[in-house]
Design a protein around this ligand. Structure first.
Ligand code: TMP
Ligand code: MG
Length: 224
């Protein structure tokens, strides 16, 4: 109906520090992509929005308890839970893409690596469980300095919502962005998230628009 049968949906990931505006922008993008498709339409959805961690699953509930400091876990164990939380959605992502649905993800494997490597675990070890996941066609990194993020209504009470943590995480994100570009693992586009909400939304839209009618080619596997 709206795309040729040779196209599949695009997989677009939004990454960034806490308080960079990711969730707000992801939901604006979702609404804009969904456009006029009405509720009674039986065609596959044009777009779905996934959120990682997905706190609704059994694994997600363990992650949620950890983030709210209701439980303590070894750094390796929580890392693997975050990764498992992506793997439990991997076949769902593949199915959406195959049927032509655009998949938007609010955070993905890159957050997984950045938040754990910041703790001192090796980059390679952190990356290993993410290898083979469906690879994004495009990653939009909402770039904001930790100081500006902190000034923006402040951080909440969750485990990583501290300026020193965010500063370390951002350094790993920079390394990941370069690696993704160099290794040809899809596109990594940095968006200035210090601008106002409407401007950021426009910049994101410009980056994603070429992909919204679908993309050609197989669904790649991350780092494989
Ligand atoms: P959220 O605020 O987007 O729900 O994410 C919760 C926290 O979990 C956030 O500080 C980032 C962190 N995180 C990881 O440490 N590893 C991961 O794999 C993901 C997806 C998030
Ligand atoms: Mg948060």
């Amino acid at each position: 109906r709206r795309m040729s049968s040779t196209k599949r949906g695009a997989f677009v990931v939004i990454e960034g520090l806490d308080k960079s505006g990711k969730s707000t922008q992801a939901s604006l993008l979702h609404d804009r992509l969904q456009g006029s498709q009405d509720a009674g339409d039986t065609a596959p959805p044009k777009v779905v929005l996934l959120k990682f961690p997905d706190r609704t699953t059994a694994i997600g509930k363990m992650i949620d308890a950890y983030l709210r400091s209701e439980s303590d876990l070894d750094d390796h164990a929580i890392h693997l839970l975050f990764s498992a939380n992506r793997w439990e959605l991997a076949s769902t992502i593949m199915a959406y893409l195959t049927q032509g649905t655009t998949v938007l993800a609010d955070r993905y494997a890159f957050s997984g690596i950045a938040f754990t490597a910041r703790k001192g675990l090796s980059y390679e070890w952190c990356r290993a469980p993410e290898v083979g996941l469906p690879a994004p066609d495009l990653t939009l990194f909402l770039n904001i300095s930790p100081e500006v993020a902190a000034a923006r209504g402040g951080y909440g009470l969750e485990r990583y919502e501290r300026e020193d943590v965010q500063t370390g995480v951002r350094q790993v994100f920079d390394k990941i962005g370069r690696a993704v570009q160099d290794e040809g693992e899809g596109k990594w586009v940095e968006i200035d998230a210090g601008k106002n909400k409407e401007e950021v939304a426009e910049d994101l839209w410009r980056a994603i628009e070429p992909l919204v009618t679908g993309v050609h080619g197989p669904i790649n596997k991350l780092w494989e």
